[in-house]
Design a protein around this ligand. Sequence first.
Ligand code: NDP
Length: 264
Amino acid sequence: MKQLFAIFGNPVSHSKSPLMHNLSFQGLGYEACYARHLLEDGTKLKETFFNLKLKGVNITVPHKEHAYNACDVLDTFAQKIGVVNTIVEKEGKLYGYNTDAPGFLKAISEFKNANHVLFLGAGGTAQSTSSILRDEGYEVTLLNRSAARLEKYKKDGFQTYTFDNFIPKAYDLVINMTSAGLEDDSLPAPKALLESVIPQAKACIDVIYGKETPFLKLAKSYNKPTKDGSDMLLYQGIIAFEYFTDHAYTFDEIKPHMEKAFIL
Ligand code: NDP
């Protein structure tokens, strides 16, 4: 019988994941289909998963913590960060993984000798990616609009700043981890503050994809190399596909099929 996969989120209509995964299933001849499901109540995630007779799901905003709670078994990294974006059902049990963080790590691997990283933002995406970057030897500093979200990072030993107490230094990569610029024209931090770090950066990166954000525009005005969030999206999808298909295909076998979603 054909396996069924889906993405759960709210909103979910904009998601590229169905196209990415369906192109890959089709291209590789794997008997499966991937749909989207608007999940309003995150506490119903497990119930919904079984009602829809799914084999696996990706989870997007705002349910990644609910996804963590819904799992019976967590891999070591998902357990550590408390955020799950990929679930696979095996013998009636839900197994949870986080593929955003390794996807992001791979996306920035093209920037060599870039160990000092400044994150603009301290939300859910920053949480998983800061953890994996530190595990890989990067030194991550976080700068956030509000102090509240920085508390847990401080406890975990990260250097943190708000706009008021920021002390600029040389960062190799400056990365927008906020949603500033996603649906508006705002910068993730005051312009003067960004202009105190961009000139020294080797590159500027945004996790937002599919548009040139005001942050990347500003970085380009300083002739900096830039990168948006498309590769992160692609790579988290490929890693999720590996879990969905129980590693029947390698990353490089999946990639040419899934990346077609970005030209369609
Ligand atoms: P969260 O809601 O968890 O966190 C939002 C963060 O952005 C907070 O730090 C918040 O600061 C900050 N913020 C929001 N608006 C502004 C603003 N106008 N100015 C300054 N700071 C602002 O979001 P997520 O971590 O889930 O998502 C962040 C971004 O990552 C989104 O744009 C999302 O689309 C993108 N993303 C991309 C992926 C990809 O594959 N490319 C995967 C996952 C996410 P405060 O604490 O002060 O509110």
